[in-house]
Design a protein around this ligand. Structure first.
Ligand SMILES: Cc1ncc(COP(=O)(O)O)c(C=O)c1O
Length: 391
């Protein structure tokens, strides 16, 4: 039975991470980790939780006060008509929420529409449910948005769900309200579920974030999947959450939460209470810092990469998904994949961490992803290296 897991791929991001450990003084633009320190609201909550001996078992779905904060946030900020805290569950980061949602929803052989390119674990998690990811394209000349009519043409009697990721990793694309409305109408017409990945909801530079579950008739067929990792710069603390209206799916997800974790770490949950209950000023501070870095980084790429790497400043998230000039030849020799050739060249010769576009799906080939949520000196250093290597 378990042998099917042998065919589930491990993301190339891990291969890159291992490569980066062999590099002296690396520029870590490869991983999607924000350089900022956690806000004091989070640090103080952790210390307080330790001193108050909050180190014991908890209700499986989460600390009741945290569930109430999450339900309120979903209602007030995301405009999702969540019935109450009982519909929410705290997960070990966003990835665990995706795992619970897929395992609770999907049957073997179900098809799930996923964007191409896409954050690699999305498709792999679908495969761990023995379901089948089916790609729908995102187009660079549409600011990395899909063609909804084309999505409709991919729906078959086996289609169970569609993954909607906005803002998007790796491209930084942000769906418009019209895109979201069209996808919602399609989901209702074809009776399919939506898995809404909102990990980057706080990082929208152009347009606004629309939670698809906020649209009429959508929450009942949508599982909104959130994480505090990126918004509060606490990727290592591991807190995410999902909300499920459907009682059957919710009860399955709760069982999976129980049998995979008992409960999410108590200290992590109190950290999350600090994040959600405390001042939200850090979101503004991080956003300002990221906007500056975005302007600086895309300009640097334009000025220094000699046209070898190109791309418009993305509408959301904190990645540059850059097109590699077709025909570019790596001085390190031939490589069947242009994106791997560029990645190996930048890492081995320039110490600049990045992820090959091919790792995000077939349409990612020919691109490379760099994360600009790093220190300004680190970004400047990486740009200098790119300048030296590509000029
Ligand atoms: C699109 C997307 N969704 C979800 C996640 C999960 O985040 P985490 O499990 O670190 O909370 C990530 C992390 O990089 C992501 O890029």
């Amino acid at each position: 039975m378990a042998a099917f897991l042998d065919s589930v791929p491990i993301s190339g991001i891990i291969r890159i991470r291992d490569m980066m450990y062999t590099v002296d003084k690396p520029f870590r633009l490869d991983q999607g980790d924000v350089v900022f320190d956690a806000p004091d609201t989070v640090k103080d909550a952790i210390i307080k939780a330790v001193h108050e001996n909050r180190t014991h078992y908890l209700p499986t779905t989460g600390v009741p006060h945290l569930l109430a904060l999450m339900a309120d946030k979903l209602k007030s900020k995301n405009k999702v008509p969540v019935g109450g805290p009982e519909e929410v569950m705290v997960t070990t980061g966003g990835i665990h929420g995706q795992f619970l949602a897929c395992q609770a929803l999907l049957e073997p052989g179900d098809e799930v529409l996923v964007p191409d390119p896409c954050w690699p674990p999305t498709a792999s998690i679908i495969q761990t449910s023995q379901a089948v990811p089916v790609h729908y394209a995102l187009y660079e000349d549409r600011q990395w948005r899909p063609d909804v009519a084309e999505i409709a043409s991919k729906i078959t009697p086996k289609t169970k769900a569609i993954v909607v990721t906005t803002p998007h990793n790796p491209t930084g694309g942000v769906l418009t309200r019209k895109d979201i409305e069209d996808i919602a109408a399609l989901a209702i017409e074809k009776n399919i579920w939506v898995l809404a990945d909102e990990a980057y909801e706080d990082f929208v530079w152009e347009g606004t974030h629309v939670s698809i579950a906020s649209l009429p008739g959508m929450y009942e067929r949508t599982i909104p999947m959130h994480t505090l990792s990126k918004s509060y710069a606490i990727t290592g603390v591991r807190v995410g959450y999902i909300a499920v209206k459907d009682k059957t799916i919710r009860s399955r997800a709760q069982k999976l939460l129980l049998y995979t974790a008992t409960n999410v770490s108590s200290i992590a949950q109190y950290a999350a209470i600090g994040a959600l209950e405390g001042s939200q000023q850090c979101l503004e501070t991080f956003r300002t810092g990221l906007l500056e870095r975005r302007a600086m980084f895309f300009k640097g790429i334009r000025d220094k990469s000699n046209g070898v790497l190109t791309g418009e400043a993305s509408a959301g998230a904190f990645y540059a998904f850059l097109k590699i000039k077709p025909g570019w030849k790596s001085p390190l020799g031939a490589n069947p994949s242009l994106s791997w050739a560029m990645t190996e060249y930048l890492i081995k010769e320039g110490r600049v961490g990045c992820i090959p576009g091919a790792d995000f799906g077939p349409r990612g080939e020919g691109y490379v992803r760099l994360c600009y949520a790093r220190g300004t000196e680190e970004l400047k250093g990486a740009l200098e290296q790119i300048g030296k290597l590509l000029s």
